[in-house]
Design a protein around this ligand. Structure first.
Ligand code: ADP
Length: 417
């Protein structure tokens, strides 16, 4: 057994997953949230949810047990991340699996921003921590939260390598033409303003899984991956290398998302500042938290938008149409960048579960050899599956993403060297 612990830390919560990398199965997972709720002006309790997965109970080399996953939720004061990690350790001790029998050989951390500095998984030394902290300038909401998780996890697991896996790393292969904004180059350089791209761990996992599924070498394939969750991005991948991606300097650019606007003329913001007197913080809030599907239709959840369309809600209809219009624009752009595609994949909450979105996105691409099979597209399934016709020259797939597994793989790959 080769256990690896994966941590995805936010400012007031963190998720964890313990995987056995011999079988790539999840032994336990959990979420610690509302960290700090009991401190300062907060009066609530933190919440810790711990799930022991059936795989943890399997005998070595034995058949999978018939038991189901078991989850326990606790409410208790969790003043900070260090306390949160103690709660996690207590949950392992009381509910299992025992961390003595399943001691992690390495801990992998999701880190949102690696700037132009980190292009591969990196063992976290004190210098790397300083660099992640310094990159908080570019990701003020995310990097400090990721770092809080790293500091707490190093206290909880002092004797093993901790590895940072960056959301931006996969996009470090973007060519300058794709990552450069056409603004004054000295201003851009002195403030590091360029496109970085995000969701890289997912785009890498999905494009590699797709290549294995179609049975062709990754370096021969032109791929387009649509990661459509609450946040959403699309990436053009040539021979396994990201060559264009829709998110930019921050995860705000590109597609219409749950609460984010995606692409908008920046001059609209100058107008709102001058005419409506909106501050920078208000504009930030507007575009990041009150736009996208939420801004147009009143809910950030695509299921609500689809239900609204069924009820005849015209705002929901327009929200869906804008969402699809943008997806098609990127599909067309990336077909042009790649000179056609061999594989197109859909992943994340919307991509895996909304056949209507997949069909509408690709509906007009018959000229490029894309043919969706309506029955295959409508079928619900759990694993990776094909939704194009047998005669389609582009293979279209639904590929469930697994960012934790990808982080664990990358963590192990550097922890072992
Ligand atoms: P995150 O970006 O937060 O990780 P997910 O990848 O979990 O998000 O995607 C969440 C979104 O997936 C939800 O907001 C919802 O819009 C969408 N979604 C989930 N299930 C369905 C479904 N059956 N049909 C349509 N959309 C769905």
């Amino acid at each position: 057994m080769t256990p690896v612990l994966v941590i995805n830390s936010g400012s007031s919560s963190f998720k964890y997953q313990l995987l056995d990398m011999d079988t790539e199965s999840t032994l336990a997972s959990g979420l610690v949230e509302r960290i700090g709720a009991s401190t300062g002006s907060g009066t609530g309790l933190g919440i810790a949810r711990h799930t022991v997965h059936a795989a943890a109970l399997a005998a070595p080399d034995g058949p999978a047990p018939t038991v189901v996953d078991a989850t326990r939720t606790r409410e208790l004061p969790i003043p900070d991340h260090t306390a949160g990690f103690q709660v996690m350790l207590d949950a392992f001790a009381s509910d299992g699996p025992s961390l003595e029998d399943h001691a992690p050989v390495a801990v992998g951390h999701r880190v949102v921003h690696g700037g132009a500095r980190f292009f591969e998984p990196t063992v976290i030394t004190p210098l790397v921590e300083i660099n992640i902290d310094e990159l908080s300038v570019l990701a003020p909401l995310h990097n400090p939260a990721n770092l809080a998780g790293i500091v707490a996890a190093k206290q909880a697991f002092p004797g093993v390598p901790h590895v940072a896996v960056f959301d931006t790393a996969f996009h470090q292969t973007l060519p300058p033409a794709a990552y450069t904004y056409a603004i004054d180059r000295e201003v851009a350089a002195s403030h590091r303003v360029r496109r970085y791209g995000f969701h890289g761990t997912s785009h890498k996992f999905v494009s590699e899984a797709a290549a294995v599924f179609v049975g062709r070498p990754l370096d021969e394939l032109r791929q387009i991956v649509f990661h459509l969750g609450n946040g959403a991005s699309v990436t053009a991948i040539d021979g396994g290398r990201s060559v264009d991606t829709s998110m930019g300097f921050t995860p705000l650019e590109g597609l219409v998302m749950g609460t984010r606007s995606g692409d908008i003329d920046p001059a609209a913001l100058f107008h709102l500042a001058r005419r409506a007197g909106m501050s920078i913080d208000q504009l930030d809030d507007l575009l990041n938290k009150r736009s996208g599907l939420l801004g147009l239709a009143g809910s950030n959840d695509l299921r609500d938008v689809l239900a609204g369309i069924d009820r005849g809600d015209e705002h929901a209809r327009l929200a869906f149409d804008v969402y699809i219009h943008r997806l098609r624009a990127y599909a067309g752009a990336y077909l042009a960048q790649l000179g056609g595609a061999d594989v197109i994949s859909f992943t994340a909450g919307v991509g895996e579960n909304a056949p209507l979105v997949r069909a509408a996105t690709l509906q007009t691409l018959g000229f490029a050899g894309v043919e969706i099979d309506p029955e295959r597209n409508a079928e619900r399934g759990r694993g990776i599956r094909i939704i194009s016709t047998d005669s389609s020259s582009v293979t279209v797939l639904v590929v469930p993403t697994d960012e934790e597994l990808e982080i664990a793989r990358q963590t192990l790959s550097v922890a072992r060297t």
